[in-house]
Design a protein around this ligand. Structure first.
Ligand code: SF4
Ligand code: SF4
Length: 61
């Protein structure tokens, strides 16, 4: 598994060009895309940290 990104929600996010969830990932599994984050499924350990930081519920396990 790996965290999933809802790109439809990210499109409307005010923080989409510097997603705050990226900084909290202990595995450095999130990278900034033009709109929102991108997940490296090989690195994600499903810890859920990023899901608690996104204010819009765009990140889910
Ligand atoms: S994951 Fe959340 S905080 Fe990050 S860009 Fe998407 S909606 Fe915004
Ligand atoms: S669930 Fe944890 S390991 Fe996976 S992307 Fe989010 S913060 Fe990183």
């Amino acid at each position: 598994m790996a965290v999933k990104v809802n790109t439809e929600i990210c499109k409307t996010c005010k923080d989409r060009e510097k997603c705050p969830a990226i900084a909290v990932c202990p595995m450095v599994a999130l990278a900034q895309k033009t709109v929102g984050p991108e997940v490296d499924a090989q690195k994600c350990i499903d810890c859920g940290m990023c899901t608690t930081v996104c204010p819009n519920g765009a990140l889910t396990l």
